[in-house]
Design a protein around this ligand. Structure first.
Ligand code: OFO
Length: 171
């Protein structure tokens, strides 16, 4: 069982995770239109990753006998600038989401809600990985700068990203 307040906060986070998925799908389309299929693939895989973040929290609310409230998803931008700007915006977004997860954890601790703390611990760890994955792309993008050859090499690398594996229930 979870409190009304926790239920509302988790539903809000489900909406934020949906927005993340939506934004990465928009970024995937944008990268495709600027001729970077590898970047587009990376963002598409990130969209899938976010979809898993949505359903894990969605399932948890239901498992706790709570009520899911799916809210309107904000429209993401259509354009994101240079390839480096795309990833800088991604990093900024992930840092923002990390902050949201930490606030949720603060609430779960205040409420002595141990089950939700366990769920959120998964997201805390996941955010470390999310930020690290993005930093792994931002760093080489900063290095190559305007060099087209370098950009193409990064595009080929990003084309190799494969779909995420769904986390097992409770993990
Ligand atoms: Fe769901 O981690 Fe990104 O936003």
């Amino acid at each position: 069982m979870i409190s009304e307040k926790m239920q509302e906060a988790l539903n809000e986070q489900v909406n934020k995770e949906f927005y993340s998925a939506y934004m990465y799908l928009a970024m995937s389309a944008y990268c495709d239109t600027i001729g970077l299929p590898g970047f587009s693939n990376w963002m598409r895989m990130q969209y899938e990753e976010e979809s898993l973040h949505v359903t894990k929290m969605f399932d948890y609310i239901l498992d706790q006998g709570g009520q899911v409230h799916l809210k309107v998803i904000e429209e993401p931008p259509k354009e994101y600038g240079t390839p480096l700007e795309v990833f800088e915006k991604t990093l900024e977004h992930e840092q923002y989401v990390t902050g949201l997860i930490h606030k949720l954890m603060d609430l779960a601790i205040d409420e002595r809600d141990y089950a939700t703390q366990t769920l959120l611990q998964w997201y805390v760890t996941e955010q470390v990985e999310e930020e690290s994955n993005v930093n792994d792309v931002v760093a080489p993008l900063r290095m190559v700068g305007e060099d087209k050859g370098g950009l193409m090499m990064i595009d080929q690398q990003l084309a190799l990203r494969i779909p995420p594996v769904a986390p097992a229930a409770g993990n």
